[in-house]
Design a protein. Sequence first.
Length: 185
Amino acid sequence: MRGRLTVLSGPSGVGKGSVIAAVRARHPEVWVSVSVTTRPPRPGEVPGVHYHFVDEQGFARMAAAGELLEWASYAGFSYGTPRGPVEERLAAGRQALLEIELQGARQVRAAMPSARLVFLSPPSWPELERRLAGRCTEDGEAVSRRLARARLELAAVDEFDEVIVNDEIEKAADRLVALLQDTVR
Ligand code: 5GP
């Protein structure tokens, strides 16, 4: 039997990365896809662990060769999910988890209708505003652009199968793992 693909998505600033890090720390058996990106590594990011860092040509070659399950542009860089490792996991009857933004989640929905789409939601709009502003070192205009995009992304919640509210990272991670239980074999 094929395993099931789960996609975690949600607006910028909601804490997808922190929830995935908590899942990884507490449940090493959960397999999380490593994306390719043209974004340069941030301090502390390990190639092959957090991302596969590639240049524009490398990314374009993978996309043209059909090696990406989905891909999208985000804040000036390209991000995509390598198809091979995900297919291998699912063919072996195991779960696979992707942490991607909304456009990618929609492509996965179209390519794999059996995938489960999970939306990570902020506890409230003012809380998301607070988190985004706190994380943004840019000027006020950049914050307001990110907030406008977050508002659009929040409006897509109905396209998802499940909603997890990120009120506390550890609790949200536990809820995500509980959802994955029936796909882990
Ligand atoms: P960051 O640069 O902060 O690591 O990621 C920026 C955004 O890209 C986040 O919303 C993250 O979820 C998303 N992202 C990371 N990897 C992928 C991917 O493979 N595909 C898509 N569509 N989005 C991704």
